[in-house]
Design a protein around this ligand. Structure first.
Ligand SMILES: C[S@@+](CC[C@H](N)C(=O)[O-])C[C@H]1O[C@@H](n2cnc3c(N)ncnc32)[C@H](O)[C@@H]1O
Length: 251
């Protein structure tokens, strides 16, 4: 049965949401409290923050965009969780100017390391916000997925450029400033002192199959979600995923 708290656009987020929800449940049991303090750094308009707050947790969203924070406030009110979500304008690099160090049971850093000036420093700060036994949920653009998508669209030169570019960009028009391999992401996490618990490939097939197949074939969406979930755990598919998710904890 589908999970009613799952964020919108579930095909894009299902794998991450399922992994995150399980991790938060484990953290709740370990902490012996009903509600956790969760930080969503670069949380934007609340794609994850709102569903996490609907689970009953207190969520602080730090984001530099006033527009995103305005949209977050509206979504939180619509979802009836305004009292559990706090939006704060700030930056991953100046995180401790706006929030407390070591004050959170879980930190989400989703779709942010691609954009920050220094991913290692941005991630160190995200981890610095964790309590001693804390959980990090890291999501970032995968290099291989972009190469595959460009090639399948017939943009072979752009695919090769992404493959050889140090930042994994396919050209000047590429809206994503940086992409990562699974090894690069896990190395960044390990360098912060956290232990990598699991790596999942996200959107292995979803961005490659024609939408019409998913929208018109009965049961196709559900079958694709199940396929994504099965492939996410297989290391062989990490190298072609559009995004990579890393779950990490302190020892
Ligand atoms: C792709 S969106 C992801 C939003 C949200 N985390 C999600 O998963 O839906 C990237 C977000 O990172 C924010 N961002 C950009 N640069 C940042 C920085 N230096 N520090 C923190 N957040 C940043 C943007 O404002 C935007 O909300």
């Amino acid at each position: 049965m589908s999970d009613p708290l799952r964020p919108r656009a579930s095909l894009r987020t299902a794998v991450v949401w399922d992994v995150l929800k399980d991790a938060l449940e484990r953290r709740v049991k370990a902490a012996g409290r009903d509600a956790l303090d969760v930080l969503d750094t670069g949380g934007g308009s609340g794609n994850f923050a709102v569903p996490v707050a609907r689970l009953g947790h207190r969520v602080t969203v730090v984001d530099p965009s006033p527009n995103a924070l305005f949209a977050l406030e509206r979504r939180a009110a619509e979802a009836g969780v305004a009292d559990r979500i706090r939006g704060v304008q700030g930056d991953a690099h100046g995180l401790f100017q706006v929030i407390e160090r070591g004050g959170y049971d879980a930190v989400l850093c989703h779709g942010v390391l691609e954009y920050v000036d220094d991913p290692a420093e941005g991630l160190r700060n995200a981890v610095g916000a964790l309590r001693p036994a804390g959980t990090l949920s890291l999501l970032a653009a995968g290099l291989g997925g972009a190469v595959l998508a460009r090639a399948l669209a017939g943009h072979f030169t752009e695919a090769r450029r992404a493959l050889t570019d140090p930042a994994g960009r396919w050209g000047e028009g590429d809206p994503v400033p940086r992409r990562f391999t699974a090894d690069q992401l896990t190395d960044l996490v390990t360098a912060t002192g956290l232990q990598v618990g699991a790596v999942h490939g996200v959107r292995v097939f979803a961005d490659l199959v024609p939408g019409v197949l998913v929208d018109t074939e009965p049961g196709a969406m559900d079958a694709l979600l199940k396929l994504e979930a099965a492939a996410a755990e297989q290391p062989a598919f990490h190298s072609v995923a559009t995004q990579l998710h890393v779950l990490a904890e302190r020892d």
